[in-house]
Design a binder for this molecule. Sequence first.
Ligand code: 13P
Ligand code: ZN
Length: 270
Amino acid sequence: MKSILDNHPALAAEVARVAEVAGYLWQRGWAERNGGNITVNITHLVDPGIAALPALAPPRPIGATLPHLRGTFFYCKGTNRRMRDLARRPMENGSVIRITPDCAHYEIIADTVVAPTSELPSHLSVHNYLIGKGSTYRASLHTHPTELVALSHHRPFLQPDVLTRLLWSMIPETKAFCPRGLGIVPYMLPGSVELAEATIRAIDEDYDVVLWEKHGVFAVADDIVEAFDMVDTLSKSAAIYRDARAMGFTPDGMTEAQMNELSRVFRLPK
Ligand code: 13P
Ligand code: ZN
């Protein structure tokens, strides 16, 4: 079958990165069944040929009006599609969408009518927010990392920055590569506009990764590999914490002075 990727190598490379990450999510055990979703703003890769593609189905509502998305295009994982399938066949388990001029609907333009993820309100609201802020971030990732979701089942860990400090203190890399920490979003219905709005509020507090209580994480970054790496790094810390507890002790963690030194030397934002 003909694909939009056939004669658009830059777009093909971008979609290949999404497929690579989808494979990691499955290997990590974070993507049971259709769990998790990815969207990437691909507007910069759209040439007049792509822009002129006809809609494959009537426009569908986003559920919100997002003015900064005028004229934008996204690759989106399909709803109910599996990451492990997307890893091998990204254009059969995801699609390219165009935001309509009213900024409240989208149209699927390639390759086939694969309906985008049920978390589209969160993804597109966050992209709208990022563009409005002039951010360079183009990728957003939602996934179900087991250790981080487990931590979200303990109320004291949902207080602001309790988990940020705990996870940073497990290994220096976590603060170095996830320097804004882990924001917290209280439990809300998956796919809801309320969850989208709460996610933006948390990202606006200056987090790149937020924990959706009893559900998963949502991460934003320049590209999808970086979004994955931040979640992977936080999960590593969570696993160290879990393993120390399983060995029968509470880990000491790096000291405040050691973490401050790290911020100074690596010029970290917090
Ligand atoms: P989708 O299959 O609609 O992307 O949903 C997966 C998910 O993780 C919802 O939170
Ligand atoms: Zn989910």
